[in-house]
Design a protein around this ligand. Structure first.
Ligand code: ADP
Ligand code: MG
Length: 725
């Protein structure tokens, strides 16, 4: 098997499978996978080469300050001022060594952080769906792609539905490309190979089944990566800003020193005395340690947050976290345990009801042959709960899928708030839908009662609403299921209507133990926790009350009512609202904007691909470890265990980081001014020099170098969370 020499887009899917020696339905066997892993190596790209120890050390010499010191050292050497010379060269060595130690510490900490995020992929092996690490994929693996995934390897599409992929990381083209599984001519360039997917690109929409054709360096992006492998690590924008700042301060100081020097000469002092003094003052006062000290503070802060299960993805975010004043959080998973369980099924046909819930379901069991206790189920909590409950009733997803094969599917997203699948039956195709009750009721014209379809009249509709309120009022997450019949073979959103309503399913999702406390800390620390959820109003309210929030009617709003508020009305009411229910991702943008207009620093959680714009816009975008790759990519903070209290803990660390930064800046700058003023004023007043150049240098080394290291490592103060942001 030699995957390198083929034009995959020019082969049929079957031929591709043949060349790669894989069964399209069953995937590779684990045995073959192990062999291929040995042959092809891991499916990963080489990391950028980190700077070597010697390079890091030499880097320290690349600063104006060191140049000044070296030049003056040489001058003192020529003038045979031995003591000065020794102290100056000692200063050079010491400050480069200190810089080297700090820089090393910082880059080690950052490297550790990078290791935590591991990309996963879903593939079919030995006939079963499985979740594996991206690096373990091999050519011939059959993988499943869904909206929000980052494509884990190059591959030929076997099957697709509404699949659209953003290939900007590879081609620079921002329009998403529609993909299909058909055969293409050989001459077609990479950017137009619509039956191929490429590593590192992003699935914007739909679903696809793909045979992996290239892994690691044998991918299109891998080839590019090989070319740019040697590029050096860039400074973060934050570090750049800081270097800029200390550069400006540095230039100012050099000016001042030049004046001190001139003034001294005018007042008739010796050239050498004035020269060394001016240099010493310059050296002592330029805050050259600042950028490195800051990086150390931030990197160590990030490490501490990581210990609490929060991964800070950007250096600058560690600092912004400290000034967060508004925390907008999801309900499901962040506040609740996400260990959902079906607690009530309201339907006259419970079996049909659960059948639909099991078929409209993106979760799957990795090891269905094992006993139920040791099942490994992959998927969203809602889907998992429905799947498990169905299995308990004897409704196996695998068996049902064999009877009613899937033709097409619209996956769940938080904008549509439903999932629909089209299934092939004997005569007609069947359409199953599961989702937020209001949506499903709106799409239904009939209701299934004891196996008979009846028209939904006013009384029936009222009864449904009451049933719904009864379930949501208990804080349950409620979904509704319905079906329809159709001749169509493609599923389109606009064709979903005239459904037959089947039933309501209530899921309970208990609060996490620590969230109530975390919400309390949050309020005490002067921050505002706000619940922004796609769930039903009453469900959200029940949860808010359980959290100890005192919610009245004016404190809650639904997405659709938010749409009716004008900009000014919303701006006026926003202070009062702390529960937003039935929101769509676009509402999150509006909430963030409104708070930002009030000069607040907003943190916002999100998991789906539709949340990406909101995560970007928020000052702190927070993604879940269990969410999509895309959300993770644009976020500043990733909650590795999806827990709200991690946000609060991260803010606390952020505050300690801010505090330490403030201390270092004040310390370094106050030092600077004492020396400048002392020397400047003495010369002006005609006094003898109060301190000699050597003394200044010495004081600077001992006083600045070590304490600034100590400050960077300082543990956080108590009571940080009793102050206002
Ligand atoms: P949140 O994440 O804030 O709880 P979602 O947008 O995920 O909100 O869910 C909104 C609504 O969509 C839920 O109240 C539920 O009725 C429905 N829903 C959520 N997940 C699923 C699913 N997997 N299948 C069917 N319906 C779902
Ligand atoms: Mg959700």
């Amino acid at each position: 098997m030699e995957p390198e020499n083929h034009y995959w887009h020019n082969l049929s899917a079957e031929k591709t499978a043949e060349v790669l020696e894989v069964d399209i339905d069953k995937g590779l066997s684990e045995k073959k996978v192990t062999l291929r892993q040995r042959k092809f190596g891991p499916n990963s790209l080489p990391e950028k080469k980190p700077l070597s120890q010697i390079q890091i050390f030499l880097e320290q010499f690349r600063s104006i300050l060191i140049y000044i010191l070296i030049v003056s050292g040489i001058i003192t050497l020529i003038l045979k001022e031995w003591t000065d010379m020794v102290v100056i060269f000692f200063a050079v060595i010491l400050s480069t060594v200190v810089g080297y130690i700090q820089e090393n510490k910082a880059s080690n900490a950052l490297r550790e952080l990078k290791k935590v995020l591991k990309v996963k992929a879903i593939c079919i092996r030995d006939g079963k769906e499985k979740q594996v690490l991206q690096k373990d994929l091999v050519p011939g693996d059959i993988i499943i792609l869904k909206a929000g995934d980052k494509v884990p390897a190059d591959g030929r599409i076997i099957k697709s539905s509404n699949l659209r992929i953003n290939e900007a990381p590879l081609t620079g083209e921002w329009l998403t490309a529609a993909k299909h599984s058909r055969f293409l001519r050989k001459e077609i360039p990479i950017a137009d190979r619509e039956n191929m997917v490429y590593m590192g690109t992003i699935v914007e929409q739909g679903e696809g089944k793909v045979i992996v054709t290239g892994t690691g360096l044998n991918t299109e992006i891998g080839r590019v990566a090989l070319l740019i492998r040697e590029t050096r690590e860039e400074k973060t924008p934050y570090q750049k800003k800081l270097s800029y700042f200390s550069g400006i301060v540095g230039i100012l100081i050099i000016f001042v020193c030049f004046f001190i020097f001139l003034e001294g000469l005018i007042k008739g002092r010796g050239f050498i005395e004035m020269f060394t003094t001016a240099v010493a003052v310059a050296v002592a006062s330029i805050p050259e340690g600042l950028p490195v000290a800051m990086t150390v503070i931030l990197a160590l802060g990030m490490q501490r947050i990581l210990k609490k299960k929060g991964l800070v993805r950007k250096l600058s975010a560690a600092e912004t976290l400290g000034s967060t004043s508004i925390i907008c959080t999801d309900k499901t998973l962040t506040l609740t345990q996400g260990k959902m369980e079906v607690s009530q099924v309201k339907s006259q046909n419970k079996t049909s009801c659960m059948k639909i819930a099991v078929l409209c379901n993106e979760a799957f069991i990795e090891n269905p042959e094992s006993p139920r206790k040791s099942w490994k189920i992959i998927g969203r909590p809602t889907d998992k709960a429905l799947l498990v409950f169905g299995e308990k009733m004897g409704l196996s997803k695998l068996k049902l899928e064999k009877k009613l094969p899937k033709i097409d599917e619209i996956p769940f997203n938080s904008q549509n708030k439903f999932i629909a699948t089209l299934r092939q039956d004997k005569k007609e195709n069947l359409l199953f839908v599961s989702g937020a009750p209001e949506k499903i009721i709106n799409l239904s014209s009939k209701i299934l009662e004891k196996n008979k379809e009846r028209i939904i009249n006013k009384t029936k509709s009222l009864k449904l609403k009451q049933e719904l309120e009864k379930l949501t009022g208990q804080g349950l997450r409620v979904i509704a299921v319905a079906y329809g019949k159709t001749k169509e073979t493609k599923l389109k959103k606009k064709n979903i209507s005239n459904l037959t309503f089947v039933g309501l399913i209530g899921l309970k999702d208990p609060l996490r133990k620590d969230t109530k406390k975390a919400v309390g800390i949050c309020i005490k620390a002067g921050m505002k926790p706000i619940i922004v959820t796609g769930d039903h109003l009453l469900t959200a309210l029940a949860v808010a009350k359980e959290l100890g929030l005192d919610v009245k009617e004016e404190n809650v709003i639904q997405g659709k009512d938010l749409d009716k508020l004008s900009y000014r009305e919303f701006q006026k009411r926003i202070n009062q609202i702390y529960v937003y229910a039935r929101v769509e991702p676009r509402h999150k943008l509006r909430i963030i904007q409104a708070w930002q207009n009030k000069k607040e620093v907003v943190a916002m959680t999100g998991d789906g691909i539709n949340d990406a714009p909101a995560l970007k816009k928020a000052d702190i975008g927070i993604a879940f470890g269990s969410g999509t790759d895309v959300a993770e990519e644009v976020s500043d903070l990733v909650l590795l265990n999806d827990n709200f209290s991690v946000i609060v803990a991260a803010v606390e660390e952020g505050r300690s980081i801010l505090n330490n930064i403030r201390k270092v800046i004040t310390y370094l700058l106050s030092d600077t001014f004492t020396e400048i003023i002392l020397v400047g004023v003495s010369i002006m007043a005609g006094f003898p020099l109060p301190i000699t150049a050597v003394q200044i240098l010495w004081v600077n080394l001992i006083e600045d170098g070590f304490p600034s290291i100590a400050l960077a490592f300082e543990p956080k103060e108590k009571g940080l969370m009793n102050q206002k942001p």
